[in-house]
Design a binder for this molecule. Structure first.
Ligand code: AMP
Length: 218
């Protein structure tokens, strides 16, 4: 799943994974966990994440490759926030077998809507569930209504950092549209529709592609 920060990739990835029993692979969540645990990767990634820059490809590629080797990916998986650069997409192509089916979905949302959404976004640092103080508050107030962990407002959701992340998206990640378009596996989705409508669109896409072979959704 491709799209700028705040487009709703995480929310839709979670819904798809629950519905289809796919593995959810969020490089952002994995990197943030490494930062929290102060692992070697986390120490290297911290500065990039906090300033809204991309973590170097070789670090992200390595965690994705290791994650894809786990058994729960056999039934299919959703990549949320990966690939984000052309070299990452090439790496992914090299890692996947030729029998794998890739679906690339770009979730589009206007910049001004992204800024508004991210200002009110609260995230569960444990299970990754995403809330919005205005449009999607947690049923448990300031705690996650799924795992009861205290919600956080991500440091990189601060207005200044968000602007940088949106710019990085347009510069480094948007070129992936051309990378996937023309392969017959590319879809553009309007991310400003209600959450359930977007999910229905994504479900229809997966069903269409599923008629063929094993589905792998980005
Ligand atoms: P996200 O949670 O997907 O918005 O990611 C948060 C931050 O983690 C990004 O702003 C990057 O600093 C880093 N990150 C996540 N995924 C990637 C990726 N595929 N390539 C490089 N950096 C990434």
């Amino acid at each position: 799943m491709l799209g700028p920060p705040g487009a709703g990739k995480g929310t839709q990835a979670r819904k798809l994974c629950t519905y289809y029993n796919y593995a959810r692979i969020s490089t952002g969540d994995m990197l943030r966990e490494s930062v929290r645990k102060k692992t070697a990767l986390g120490r290297k990634a911290k500065g990039y994440i906090e300033t809204g820059a991309l973590v170097p490809d070789r670090l992200v590629d390595a965690i994705v490759k290791a994650r894809l080797a786990r058994k729960d990916c056999e039934n299919g998986f959703v990549l949320d926030g990966y690939p984000r650069t052309i070299p990452q997409a090439e790496f992914l192509d090299a890692v996947l077998t030729s029998a794998s089916k890739i679906i690339a979905v770009v979730v589009r949302v206007r910049n001004e809507v992204l800024l508004e959404r991210l200002a009110g976004r609260w995230t569960c640092p444990d299970c990754g569930k995403i809330f919005n103080s205005e449009s999607r508050p947690s049923l448990e107030g300031d705690r996650c209504d799924e795992c009861n962990t205290a919600l956080v407002h991500r440091k990189d959701d601060a207005a200044k950092v968000v602007e940088e992340r949106i710019q990085v998206y347009h510069q480094s990640t948007e070129p992936l549209v051309h990378y996937y378009r023309g392969r017959g596996c590319y879809y553009d989705v309007d991310g400003e529709q209600p959450v359930e409508d977007i999910f229905e669109t994504l479900r229809a896409i997966v069903e269409e592609q599923k008629e063929d072979r094993t589905v792998r959704v980005f």
